[in-house]
Design a protein around this ligand. Structure first.
Ligand SMILES: Cc1ncc(COP(=O)(O)O)c(C=O)c1O
Length: 452
């Protein structure tokens, strides 16, 4: 896609090299502890180009992480986004978008409304991150429905602020020490075809798995302790991201939508990680043919340049009066322009995802056939995962192998990220070329072979 100066990764100095080590040390001293893994991923990024990343010691890597699905348009900035942003900088960047009006956020909101599934009237709340887009969704349903219970799924990730954190359920560390969170959230099993409480093979029996989850909600949750009339919303990821890139059976959301309609429950579709072309469609939920009342976006929306979140919602759920919800940076002119251009470019590049997906599907299946330690491969579009197990029968998680693969791949010039308990995710920028994708997959195969 984009012209690039690199054809193959080049790791001259084992990461972390001397410059990287110095920065990591200083980082530890001055920057808060977040999610870094200095053992397996000691990568100190200096710059990027297309699907390539260059570290501070001059090592060149292929990127299969997209900065956690933010850099969907590659690095450093897509030329058209850059042009739009530079032009906007000459006009105004921050125009106090929640106190004063500006045309830039209006254009973005109009575009988001036009592309989001659902032939009904919609509006948009603009923010700065994924977690904020979820917070807004919570407040929209609470204020418009006057109901305060929610359903969410085990394995979910929706953010780390106290509202969104109450839905997050992928790793205990996220919630440990933070009790109490927002009350009223009940978690139910996600229809994970590979691992689920009923030990159903969801690839062979998708309908049975979907029925079990729907029955669980109706018979066990609604039947025993939660009046469905009091449930405001069901919050879900169309494909679970941090929880392990879990793709549910194709009929799941149709059944969930039927259930939601039966009881007047709003569906909140969190597309923060899977939205904006990642799965080969603009919104991942388009694969599943339903029309949620609320959709949240962030990550890739700012084209890798600006942090921005968006909550797209049915107009009837709007906040009741000025001041009921707002923020400082929402409707930021520069972020809005970057987002609008980003969406336009994603619309243009969407058709190329299908052929890249085919390569991933075939190559990853081959890896599974080759290595017993791979329990499952799954994905859609350019959102794929490999789950490592100690034994295919018991499906015991194998985080050690997963971590070695991350480290080996990095040393060979491929940047990967983990997710779930023993899974790696494969999420290259959407602008990656077929050759680059194949090169990355060869390195991945070699890294797995060496890690076993
Ligand atoms: C599905 C999903 N929702 C919400 C969030 C939170 O987004 P942020 O980190 O921008 O707050 C994430 C972050 O990874 C996510 O993957």
């Amino acid at each position: 896609m984009m012209a690039s100066s690199y054809t193959y990764p080049l790791v001259k100095i084992e990461p972390p090299g001397p410059k990287a080590r110095e920065i990591i040390e200083k980082h530890k001293k001055f920057v808060a502890t977040t999610t870094h893994d200095p053992q397996n991923l000691p990568l100190v990024i200096e710059r990027g180009e297309g699907a390539w990343l260059v570290d501070v010691d001059g090592n060149v890597y292929l990127d299969f992480s997209s900065g956690i699905s933010v850099a969907n348009l590659g690095y450093p900035t897509h030329p058209e986004v850059k042009k739009a942003v530079l032009e906007q900088l000459e006009k105004i960047a921050h125009a106090a978008g929640t106190d004063f009006y500006n045309p830039y956020q209006v254009k973005l909101a109009e575009k988001l409304v036009s592309i989001a599934p659902g032939d009904f009237s919609k509006k948009v709340f603009l923010s700065n991150s994924g977690t904020e887009s979820i917070e807004a969704a919570i407040k929209l349903v609470k204020s418009s429905r006057n109901k305060h219970y929610f359903l969410a799924f085990i394995g979910a990730f929706h953010g780390r602020t106290m509202g969104s954190l109450s839905f997050t359920a992928s790793k205990p560390v996220h919630k440990k020490r933070y009790f109490p969170m927002m009350p009223g959230v009940v978690h139910v099993p996600y229809p994970n075809p590979y691992r689920n409480p009923w030990h159903i093979n969801g690839y062979e029996n998708p309908g049975e798995l979907v029925n079990r989850v729907i029955e669980y909600i109706e018979d066990w949750i609604f039947g025993h302790f939660l009046d469905p009339g009091e449930v405001a919303a069901i919050v879900f990821e169309p494909i679970q991201g941090e929880g392990g890139y879990v793709v549910p059976p194709s009929s799941f959301f149709v059944e969930l939508e039927k259930l939601a309609k039966r009881y007047g429950i709003v569906l909140i579709d969190d597309e923060v990680q899977m939205g904006l072309g990642r799965t080969g469609k603009m919104f991942a939920i388009e694969h599943f043919k339903i029309k949620p009342g609320i959709i949240t976006l962030a990550k890739a929306l700012g084209g890798g340049v600006m942090p921005i979140g968006a909550t797209i919602f049915r107009s009837e759920l709007d906040f009741p009066e000025p001041g009921a919800h707002s923020n400082t940076f929402g409707g930021h002119a520069l972020a809005s322009v970057a987002a609008l251009k980003t969406i336009e470019i994603i619309e243009q590049i969407l058709p190329r995802i299908a052929s890249l997906e085919r390569i991933l599907r075939e190559e990853l299946q081959e890896l599974k056939n080759k290595y017993e330690s791979i329990g499952d491969v799954r994905g859609l579009g350019l959102a794929w995962a490999i789950e490592f197990v100690k034994d295919r029968t018991t499906k015991t998680y194998n985080p050690d192998v997963r971590n070695r693969v991350l480290r080996e791949a990095l040393e060979k010039g491929l940047v990967l990220l983990g997710c779930g308990k023993s899974t790696i995710r494969i999420i290259p920028p959407l602008v990656i070329t077929e050759d680059q994708l194949r090169t990355g997959l060869e390195i991945l195969s070699e890294a797995i072979r060496k890690s076993l």
